[in-house]
Design a protein. Structure first.
Length: 1229
């Protein structure tokens, strides 16, 4: 039990004294008492003494809470003075970072925040037996928290008394909250106050012609002139209004009154001036700070603008606003109550009585219009239960609670989701006497190695800018153009350098004066920093401190720490001073900021305040990537344009990073398989695995791609869509590769599985229905002139490469014909035949059976025919059905492009020189280029010149080299007769090579068998009749030459390819030469004789008949026929089977000579009939037609000559004009 003070003296002039006994009785009888009285009634100083009189303070302290530190300290000193003691004995006080008390204290005056802090260590408040909550009408968050906590505590502490005092008459709400506690009302005013209504003209105020500031100054003139000058209190909403008003009043009334400003940011020395006594009246221009907290004695006049800046927090926009708003009726009443203390008072209200009556009775409690996060943090730290169950006097809205929870989650004080249990970080934040955002910033600064700097800045943010705004020039010397936080840090560092290790208050005051700094704020800054440092380093998290960051890394480290607390206040530059903030807010940098004229693209602000517009105060430039680094959990990530990157072997997407509506990264490439493997898997399968677009090699993939390629070829060959079931393949992979979206993941997965056997596709996994690939119908390669050429099938209707493409090296272009090209692909040929049949005119189709009955037979015949396709079809139908269809009737010009092979003529470098589907047209477009380097190298290997003996072991029939597009081209090595021997050359045409080689081998035998050759030449020298006949015909020497060549070719021109065989056959060849020479002489004898006879007959006829033109014309025709039928090299020109018929043709010519001279007209007619066919033969020889048919037609004409001119000689087979026409039609087909 504590001793009672020596005496309890009351100030009997105070209104509350009249209710002393009633109040003391109520305190003794009730656990809760509500006392209401206007400001100045004596509640603050007299009720604690009444508690002592009622016996309180014996078993515990009488705790008296005040909403402001200055009020707590002044009230404590006033109480001690009235009790006749020094502070620290019976009366003590405690405010943040300051305490004055002793072991025998009975009354403790403190801020409500201090009482809340004590709850952490004393949940039942056992050191107190009485709690006085003064100024409860202000309804600050802390007051509501204290009252709510006490509501739940009182049932647990029946010995605890609670007295609630309020300056307004809203006592009923407090009474109801505490079980109908008794309410005692105390009068505050000692003298009457007259109310004068001087409302402004709304239109003038709107245009700015006459504002509340001018109205207040006018009201001052009115009071000073109509009554008499006296102490006057004028209420303005802003500091700027006060400065302007003070300037005007000082200028106009400075001789009559002392003009003083009063607002919270005013230095303490200036604030104290309003309590001093002056010879002249005081005109005090004040904000609502003078409304309740401070009682200024001697005020006779009050001029009330009816306005105030009232803090208001918008949970939707996260904006703490200080808009100018009309005050409540209770606030207006308190303002008027500031006069009438010592004499009659007058209150001039610059609004109408009607306006007054329409205003709300009480100011909305701060808890309903403020950031609830700090209170919630303390509630959770104190484990007071769920916030929605806490017994607030006025429960906060669900929106406020939700916003507070979101804020604490944003700061990491609460888990991102789940129950409201503080994290370790949150518990540390709750222990720090700082705003949660500032606390979070300090903790992050410790982690990033800039704790000292962060604490320095954090300690001043809750106090306000220490620079005096009235001395802008001095204050600007600390300004940093990139960061206002660095400006504060610069102030601190320069100040510490000036003060040294042992700073004194005198030096500090001097420094503050010289540098336009508020001494009070600087001093508080130092105290807060010391306290925060002490608390932090006493905490376990403060035991280990990161190494200090390097000087060059300080800016990003410090501002990342700041970001951790103010992520919601980041903004992106929109234009000039205007920024786009989070949640769609438009923000302007406050003009006093160092960044106002040059803010960066991205900023962070410690405060965003709404006045006439949203302003960002205390700002700094930041990089957008810092936002993501610090606030990653609150970033929204969206992904677009995912694609498979074969180089990275991963699915890459464009990642857009947004933070609360701001795009901090418009797009960057990221691995989608790492971030969203389930979304990456389909892309990896479709564009990576199914397309084979991987650098890495896997056995299963190699097998699967080969399988799919073979099936795709079938699709293109057969021109069938959907042979491969792509979705079935996708499903195959998808089921076996869950969540696999990259090659890295695939490799890891395969290692876990042990092998990749489970990923091998089978045909049944890929096909919609079974198909067969017939390589004979649709071959992959075709052979042209011994060259294997690849075929490419493409099913691309309407495109240039639709159908089959054949890459054709230039050397082969001249060696193939359209009839060959038409038959290269059997499957294509079959379709083309069917198309041509269906395209026949109806008159022909009606005469034919249904094509399906005989199409296969037609196809088998045509595919092996060498004639042009239209001719082959006509011949077949003529022979099979007796129906003649002219080749020109077939609709060849309407055949679709995909049924015509597309030829791509390429050079040795695979360049396409020309392309098209008409080979004849291509031949006219392409000029064969110079030999390729590969062919030149091949020639160097094989070719030799001037050989007289067989110098090589063997000669292959063909050699290959790589041509365009990797095609294997062929050359044919062969001997060729040269001037002195033979050359070994490479030929492009096999038949040409074979012909040259036979003559080359013969030439080498001639050189080897020179003695035998001499004997041969002597044997073939003509004598007797044969010599005479030869001389009469062509001359003996030419005949001897051709006789020799005939024997050589017949005996020595052997298809030998090796030296060993050449040598082995020398004896055999030697034995054959002379016998063959005699046989050739005998073969030539009858020809020589008949040709000589015809020659002599021509001469005789010319001598006999004379040189008439008709005779000469007839004889010239006979001589031309003789030369055509029997030239000097006739033995080499004709095969021996044809030579057997030649004497008969020559005899027929002799008969014509004999008979024609007698009847030239008849001969001319018969000759004209023959000419019809010979001229036709000459014309079709120029076209690409079957050589065999041409040869047959030629000898049919010869037989027809025999039938016309020498019928008695008989023909070798029946012949007639009809048969000639049929053969001609067959050729033209």
């Amino acid at each position: 039990m504590k001793p009672m003070p020596l005496r309890i003296d009351y100030i009997k002039s105070l209104p509350i004294y009249e209710r002393r006994r009633e109040i003391v009785e109520a305190i003794r009888d009730s656990q809760v008492v509500v006392i209401t009285g206007e400001t100045g009634s004596g509640k603050t100083t007299q009720i604690p003494k009444m508690c002592l009189e009622a016996g309180r303070g014996k078993r515990g302290l009488i705790g008296c809470t005040q909403p402001r530190r200055v009020a707590a300290v002044s009230a404590a000193y006033r109480l001690a003075e009235e009790l006749g003691e020094e502070i620290g004995k019976t009366v003590s006080y405690k405010i943040r970072f300051a305490e004055k008390g002793g072991p025998h204290s009975q009354i403790k005056v403190m801020t409500d925040g201090v009482l809340l802090a004590e709850l952490a260590g004393d949940h039942l408040l056992r050191k107190y037996d009485t709690i006085i909550v003064d100024e409860a009408h202000e309804r600050s968050i802390n007051i509501d928290f204290v009252l709510g906590y006490l509501r739940s505590l009182l049932p647990k502490r029946p010995d605890l008394k609670l007295i609630i005092t309020s300056a307004t008459i809203d006592a009923e709400k407090f009474s109801r909250a505490f079980g109908r506690a008794p309410v005692i009302e105390v009068s505050g005013r000692l003298y009457p106050v007259d109310i004068i209504w001087r409302p402004l003209n709304p239109s003038q105020e709107e245009t700015g012609d006459y504002t509340y500031l001018e109205a207040a100054i006018g009201a001052t003139y009115f009071l000073f002139s109509e009554f008499r000058p006296a102490d006057t209190l004028i209420f303005f909403p802003t500091e700027q209004d006060i400065r302007e008003a003070c300037g005007i009043l000082e200028q106009r009334l400075g001789n009559e009154a002392i003009v003083l400003p009063l607002f919270a940011r005013l230095p303490l020395t200036d604030q104290r001036k309003v309590f001093l006594h002056y010879k002249r009246p005081k005109i005090i221009c004040a904000t609502n700070v003078a409304e309740t907290s401070l009682t200024i004695p001697g005020i006779r006049y009050v001029i009330d603008s009816g306005l105030a800046r009232i803090s208001w927090y918008n949970p939707r926009t996260k904006t703490a606003g200080l808009p100018i708003r009309p005050i409540s009726r209770s606030s207006a009443d308190q303002r008027s109550g500031r006069c009438g203390r010592v004499m009659d008072g007058i209150c001039v209200r610059l609004f109408s009585e009607e306006d007054y009556l329409l205003r709300p009775l009480f100011t909305t409690p701060e808890i309903l219009r403020s950031n609830f996060a700090q209170v919630l943090l303390q509630m959770l730290y104190l484990r007071l239960g769920h916030v929605t169950d806490f017994p607030f006097i006025d429960p906060p809205s669900k929106k406020h609670i939700s916003d507070a929870i979101d804020t604490l989650r944003e700061l990491g004080a609460l888990p991102q989701r789940g129950d409201l249990e503080l994290t370790n970080l949150g518990k540390i934040m709750a222990r720090l006497p700082l705003d949660p955002r500032v606390a979070r910033m300090v903790i992050e600064g410790k982690r990033r190695g800039c704790l000292e700097e962060t604490i320095t800045i954090a300690s001043v943010l809750g106090i306000g800018d220490p620079r005096e705004t009235t001395r802008e020039k001095e204050a600007n010397r600390f300004r940093d153009p990139s960061s206002d936080f660095l400006s504060l840090l610069k102030i601190w560092q320069e100040m510490q350098s000036y003060l040294g290790p042992s700073p004194s208050r005198t030096r500090l005051r001097k420094y503050c004066r010289e540098h336009a700094l508020s001494y009070r704020r600087v001093r508080e800054w130092m105290e807060v920093k010391e306290q925060v440092s002490s608390i932090l380093f006493q905490d376990p998290i403060g035991k280990t401190i990161s190494a200090p960051v390097k000087k060059e890394d300080l800016y990003p480290a410090l501002h990342k720490a700041i970001l951790s607390g103010y992520l919601v206040n980041v903004a992106e530059k929109k234009e000039k001073h205007v920024y786009r903030g989070t949640k769609g807010r438009e923000i302007m940098i406050f003009p006093s900021s160092g960044l106002f004229k040059g803010g960066g693209k991205w900023i962070v602000a410690a405060e965003i305040v709404a006045t006439s517009r949203l302003y960002a105060r205390m700002t700094a430039n930041i990089e957008p990537e810092w936002i993501e680094e610090v606030g990653k959990d609150f970033c929204q990530y969206s992904y677009s344009d995912p694609y498979w990157d074969p180089e990275r072997e991963d699915v890459i997407a464009r990642e857009k990073v947004s933070f609360m509506g701001l795009v901090i990264c418009p797009g960057r490439n990221v691995s989608m398989s790492r971030l969203k493997p389930e979304e990456a898997q389909p892309i990896f399968i479709r564009d990576g695995l199914m397309k084979g677009a991987l650098k890495s090699r896997f056995p299963f993939l190699h097998h699967n791609l080969e399988l799919l390629e073979s099936l795709r070829k079938i699709e293109h060959k057969t021109r069938r869509v959907g042979v491969i079931d792509e979705e079935a393949i996708f499903k195959f992979y998808s089921e076996r590769l869950p969540g696999i979206g990259s090659v890295a993941h695939l490799k890891k997965f395969l290692r876990q599985q042990g092998n990749d056997n489970f990923l091998f596709l089978k045909e049944v996994d890929c096909l919609r229905q079974p198909v067969a690939d017939d390589p004979l119908t649709y071959p992959d390669y075709v052979t042209l002139s011994q060259h294997a050429l690849p075929l490419t099938y493409r099913f691309h209707p309407g495109e240039g490469d639709d159908g089959v493409t054949l890459p054709l090296p230039v050397p082969l272009l001249t060696k193939i014909s359209s009839s060959i090209v038409d038959r290269l692909v059997p499957g294509l040929l079959r379709e083309k035949i069917l198309f041509l049949l269906k395209g026949l005119p109806k008159e022909y189709r009606r005469k034919l059976p249904p094509p399906q009955e005989w199409l296969e037979e037609l196809y088998q015949v045509v595919k092996n025919d060498s004639r042009p396709l239209a001719q082959s079809l006509s011949v077949f139908i003529k022979e099979r059905f007796g129906l003649f269809i002219p080749p020109s009737t077939w609709p060849s010009d309407r055949v679709p492009d995909y049924l015509k092979i597309r030829l791509a003529v390429i050079d040795e470098k695979n360049n396409v020189l020309a392309e098209g589907r008409d080979i004849n047209q291509l031949k006219g477009l392409v000029v064969e280029p110079a030999e390729s380097e590969a062919l030149k190298e091949l020639r160097q290997i094989w070719e030799r010149r001037g050989m007289t003996t067989w110098e090589v072991d063997s000669i292959p029939e063909e050699v290959t080299y790589e041509g365009p597009a990797g095609i294997k081209l062929i050359r044919f090595p062969a001997f060729s007769v040269a001037e002195k021997g033979v050359d070994l050359l490479l030929f492009s045409i096999k038949e040409e090579a074979e012909t040259h080689h036979l003559r080359g081998v013969a030439r080498l035998y001639e050189l080897e068998l020179q003695n035998e050759i001499k004997t041969l030449k002597k044997t073939l020298e003509l004598t007797g009749d044969m010599k005479i006949w030869a001389q009469q015909a062509w001359g003996s020497k030419p005949i001897e030459k051709y006789l020799y060549e005939k024997v050589i070719l017949d005996t020595l021109a052997l298809p030998i390819r090796s030296r060993s065989e050449f040598n082995a056959r020398i004896p055999e060849v030697r034995r054959m030469i002379l016998p063959r020479a005699y046989a050739v002489l005998e073969l030539a004898r009858p020809f020589l004789e008949i040709v000589a006879e015809i020659k002599k007959a021509i001469i005789r006829t010319e001598q006999r008949e004379g040189k008439a033109p008709t005779i000469q014309e007839f004889l010239e025709e006979i001589e031309e026929e003789l030369i055509r039928l029997a030239p000097a090299d006739f033995l080499l020109r004709y095969e021996e089977s044809r030579l057997a018929h030649l004497p008969r043709y020559l005899k027929a010519l002799a008969v014509r000579l004999e008979r024609g001279i007698s009847n030239l007209e008849k001969d001319r007619k018969r000759s004209a009939e023959i000419r019809r066919y010979t001229e036709k033969l000459a014309s079709i020889e120029k076209e690409q037609v079957d050589p065999k048919l041409l040869e047959e037609f030629r000898w049919m004409i010869e037989e027809y000559r025999v039938s016309l001119f020498a019928q008695e000689l008989k023909t070798a087979f029946p012949i007639s004009p009809k048969r000639l026409k049929e053969k001609l039609a067959e050729i033209e087909m």
